[in-house]
Design a protein around this ligand. Sequence first.
Ligand code: NAD
Length: 496
Amino acid sequence: MDEVKLYINGEIRPSSTGEMVDSIDPSNGELVSKVHIPSTQDLEEAVQSAKTAFYSKEWRDMDQLKRSEILLKVSELIKERKRDFIAAEIKDSGSTFRKAAADIHNSASFFKIMSKVTAGFKFEEIDEKATRAGFSKNTRRFEPIGVCAQIIPWNLPLQMAAWKIGPILATGCTTVLKSAVETPMTAMMLAEVLIDAGVPKGVVNIVTGGAKEGAFLVNHKDISKVAFTGSTEIGREILKQAANEVKNATLELGGKSPNIILDDADLDIAVDAALYAFLYHSGQACTSGTRLLVQEGIYDEFMTKFKERIAQVPLGPTQEKTTGLGPVVSKKQFDNVMNYINKTKEEGAKLIYGGEQELENGLDKGFYIKPTAFEITPDNTIWHEEIFGPVVGITKFKTEDDAINMANNSIYGLAGAVWSKNEDRALKIAKEIEAGTVWINEYHLLNPGMPFGGYKQSGIGREMGEEGIKAYLEVKHLWESDCNTREGKMWLDAIF
Ligand code: NAD
């Protein structure tokens, strides 16, 4: 039996009170690990250790090339231990083998790309346009914001931890990261990697817990920045709390992303991609393509192919390499998703496929839900509310303007996609979609060198890319006078 402990001040150790909760394998309901819950004293120690590390000479004065080396080492160590990471991610989060393998690979790649970005980032640069000989030399200098509280969800446990810790190491900030209590294993394994990669003690602290532990960190006076990934509902709360002390906040929140299939799309690819868009990790992806908008001229043909392919989706045990669709993360999430399915049925939407728990082939002990598709309109609840399960709503549209209006009819704006063989046509629509990432003839893929985040209520700020580094930096304008005579400084005459 594994125990998931706390990583505080460079040490992996138990909770001071010994309080623990069970973590369950979502594919069979079996106990996976005992998870240590930090006490208030543990959390306070974590914040103080991050604060001490932030002001330590070792971390403050570390050259960016050294930080870049550490990031690369982290990437290499994740790769070396990928089998252990994959095994843990599967049983802790209910990821399928294929999804877990992709997540571990992507996490290692993310650290590698952060290493490159860190080496090349201009932390200090004279602005030649602003600088005037005989008047001033003007320099832009980027400095780390300070001690951060970082809170992550349960859907992509290692990747979410990587996206948060990468910029900490890149910029010279320090952090207390709180993983989701449902999926704490791989974040704690990452702690072991950080120790072996030579990250100085206290720079990164990792704890788990729920709302209480998260709120403690967000509200702590020594925290300068809050970085949160999770639901829009909790994001709103966090923003209010951060406002009390005007803390810098980055929010990566929910989505209800439109996936638009135009009448000149390659239908075979578009159908498989539409299934991938809403079934990846059982729909528990913030970018999930959960509103599928199909143009009327191809609607019937698309639906015929769609029904054929959805029936072939391989639901199965998470460990099997052939499994394409696994369980949802917990009984709580299972109930949430089933409530949305039942509500949509009650609202009279036409059920195209699924709509129930999967009980066959020995899957009845896990939290499996059949891939589910409804025909919906904007009057349905699931048009507007994020489900975070394997459920899609399909709608027919006439014109491109209709597609744009429907796509933007949402409080969310995280992602979207357009499928067409005509690039100009697709681009025109993509530019009109109010979302932080819009794919053309693609779905879900992210590039760590490019920014990721949401418009509207899908969030504030960006992760990844240069924007993701700047999110952890304050910018200072250093003004050096190049005018050193009293006559030259005629602005002083305003007083004398
Ligand atoms: P959640 O909002 O319930 O919880 C997220 C995290 O916040 C957890 O660690 C939780 O313990 C913590 N938390 C809960 N209440 C808190 C409070 N009052 N104060 C501080 N912390 C608190 O989300 P979830 O159910 O874990 O994850 C699913 C959500 O995450 C979905 O809405 C999904 O779209 C979103 N998500 C967004 C992105 C993105 O990059 N935009 C990525 C992944 C997931």
